[in-house]
Design a protein around this ligand. Structure first.
Ligand code: PMP
Length: 360
């Protein structure tokens, strides 16, 4: 039996994709082997790799002049891979701090770059807000501006793309990429760990403007050098082949759903319904400022914290699982990525209302 899985990542995947993978697992494309057991340099895998990249480019309308890389190491690898590729040790970079993941990113930058400027830090609101554009203190000579458009733990999302006066904008889109259309040309570099909207963990997708290639430090490990990886079509070394294949199936699934315009409409409606139920309840609460509430990650609390444990246990028994908040903040959280169907959100809302009737 499939449950409704609200995990923040690794997160639920479309059941159609899992069924197709099961169907093809032992005999992929009539080869008599699985996709995991063949060379990444052979024709069948290369064809799959090219097609998945082209599907991703189509979904996101990636303009020419950008490379799409399928790399290893997950989202957090990029916290250090980005500075190693884009700025000299004695250079200057800007970071916007809006919660856990941007804090993790700036911590790595501080180890690797001499001048790390905090363009904004939302500590004063306990990370329940994002800074206004006018509040960003950007430095003139920065090699890039880094921010996290969607903070997975805090459930805080930027309702706008920061303007940076020509300085390359770097975005950790791990928990928002593919949730809606974006204007890729606004970004110098986008990265996203796969285990939310893309596929299995370990894989990280990087979309980088070509003119930013070739700025890497001389002592960067070769496997992390975007230019080397791009030159080899993400085959500088063996890529995570099964994750890449599964991501390719997810891209096809997204196209069948009507692409990112359709996903955005569905995601907006899911999030709106859940926030409306929380706000109307007087029993549950969400701490995030309304204009920057995440479509993907909805943290919430119960009026009486002692009810959290029974809430989670009863939810689990009702087939609604992984609603625990991140261990660093506690409380509850429903992650409602692309693969969470509207019926899953409806079932959660109905359960929440029933739980309130019995305990409110
Ligand atoms: N950035 C964000 C926004 C994330 O949500 C996560 C993981 N939850 C990461 C980075 C780190 O990803 P990984 O664990 O794949 O390194």
């Amino acid at each position: 039996m499939r449950v409704f899985n609200f995990a923040a990542g690794p997160a639920t995947l479309p059941v159609e994709v899992l069924e197709q993978a099961r169907e093809e697992l032992t005999d992929w494309h009539g080869l008599g082997t699985s996709v995991m057991e063949i060379s990444h340099r052979g024709k069948p895998f290369l064809a799959m790799a090219r097609e998945s990249e082209s599907d991703l480019r189509e979904l996101l309308a990636v303009p020419s002049g950008y490379k799409v890389l399928f790399m290893q190491g997950g989202g957090a690898s990029q916290f250090s891979v980005v500075p190693l590729n884009l700025v000299a040790r004695e250079g200057c970079v800007d970071y916007v701090v809006t919660g856990h993941w941007s804090q993790r990113a700036i911590a790595e930058a501080r180890r690797l770059v001499a001048h790390v400027n905090v363009a904004a830090d939302e500590a004063a609101s306990n990370y329940s807000t994002v800074p206004q554009q006018e509040a960003l203190r950007l430095s003139a000579g920065a090699a890039y501006v880094h921010y996290c458009p969607n903070e997975t733990i805090g459930g805080v999302e930027f309702p706008y793309v920061p303007a940076t006066s020509g300085v390359p904008l770097v975005a950790d889109m791990s928990s928002t990429l593919l949730s809606r259309p974006i204007e890729v040309s606004r970004f110098g570099l986008i990265y996203a760990g796969a285990q939310k909207n893309i596929g299995p963990s370990g894989l990280v997708v990087v979309i980088v403007r070509e003119e930013l290639l070739g700025r890497a430090r001389a002592d960067i490990p070769a496997v992390w050098n975007y230019q080397s990886v791009a030159a080899e079509g993400s085959m500088f070394n063996t890529p995570p082949t099964f994750s890449w294949y599964l991501a390719g199936l997810v891209f096809k699934w997204l196209k069948r759903q009507g692409g990112l315009v359709a996903m955005a409409e569905r995601n907006r409606a899911k999030a709106q319904a859940l926030y409306a139920a929380i706000d109307a309840s007087g029993f549950y609460s969400n701490p995030v400022a309304r204009e920057c509430r995440s479509w993907m990650n909805v943290p919430f609390r119960l009026r009486d914290e002692r009810l959290e444990a029974p809430f989670l246990a009863e939810a689990r028994a009702a087939g609604l699982v992984n609603l625990e908040g991140h261990r660093s903040v506690g409380g509850l959280r429903a992650s409602i990525y692309n693969a969470m169907p509207p019926e899953g959100v409806a079932a959660l809302i109905a359960f929440m209302q029933d739980f309130q009737r019995r305990n409110g």
